[in-house]
Design a protein around this ligand. Structure first.
Ligand code: AMP
Length: 229
């Protein structure tokens, strides 16, 4: 395995992006950059941006680009991302954001854009049972809780249901995925950068599929001369 990669993981809310991005970040030794986590951090710190973003997040709406793009730009300019790459989780969510990302990265390019495919009824069930640590963002569920009474195994923080995991906000986020992010999947597919990966099954199964797909994309493809034909 060669460390370093520039990856994007797309997928509906509840597709398992958070869990898989943490695993990919360990596997390829790259920072996991989640715009949702960055925004929740700003909300918790009550920064002016966090206060502004919170009302969009609570409704399941997208935070406007004027608020978000500066945060992403700042994060991508840090030494670890420049040196080793990243796995982006929750960004981009629209074609406009993807175009902005291409501009921010140039002349560097993405290695792979992964689309984690999970049917809507399965993500609805996963979101209803999702629980998350308020401090470090580690994901749990009602069927895989922390070892001790809703105290995070990783950092000791409180494990709760996300305030935007209400039925109305979940529905709004899934509708937005269909109208805003599904076209983005087509947009990346049209430029040959997309790899669809089946997101059903155990977390280990999904990680294995993702790593196999990423490594296939990163390996130099044999030329017609190199095939020995
Ligand atoms: P997530 O944790 O990815 O589900 O994000 C939680 C919330 O943060 C979303 O429902 C949006 O309100 C906001 N958010 C996260 N990423 C983005 C993004 N790329 N564009 C706009 N809003 C975002």
């Amino acid at each position: 395995m060669v460390p370093g990669a520039r990856l994007i993981v797309l997928g509906k809310q509840g597709a398992g992006k958070g869990t898989q991005c943490v695993r990919l970040s360990h596997h390829y030794v790259i920072p996991h950059i989640s715009t949702g986590d960055m925004l929740r951090g700003a909300v918790k710190m009550q920064t002016p941006l966090g206060v502004e973003a919170k009302r969009f997040m609570d409704e399941g709406e997208l935070v406007p680009d004027e608020l978000l793009l500066g945060l992403v730009d700042e994060r991508l300019a840090q030494d670890d991302t420049i040196g080793r790459g990243f796995v982006l989780d929750g960004f981009p969510r629209t074609v406009k954001q993807a175009e902005a990302l291409d501009r921010l990265l140039a002349p560097l390019e993405l290695d792979t854009v992964l689309d984690l495919e999970v049917p809507r009824d399965l993500v609805l069930a996963r979101l209803a049972s999702r629980r998350v640590c308020v401090d470090c963002g580690t994901n749990y569920s009602t069927s895989t809780p922390p070892k001790v009474d809703w105290i995070c195994d990783v950092c000791g923080g409180e494990v709760v249901q996300r305030p935007d995991d209400t039925e109305a906000a979940i529905k709004r986020r899934l509708d937005l995925y269909d109208t805003e992010t599904a076209p983005l999947v087509q947009w990346y597919a049209a430029s040959g950068r997309l790899a669809a990966v089946d997101g059903t099954g155990t977390p280990d199964d999904v990680t294995e599929r993702l790593v196999r797909t990423i490594d296939e994309h990163r390996q130099p493809r044999p030329t017609s001369r190199g095939t020995g034909a």
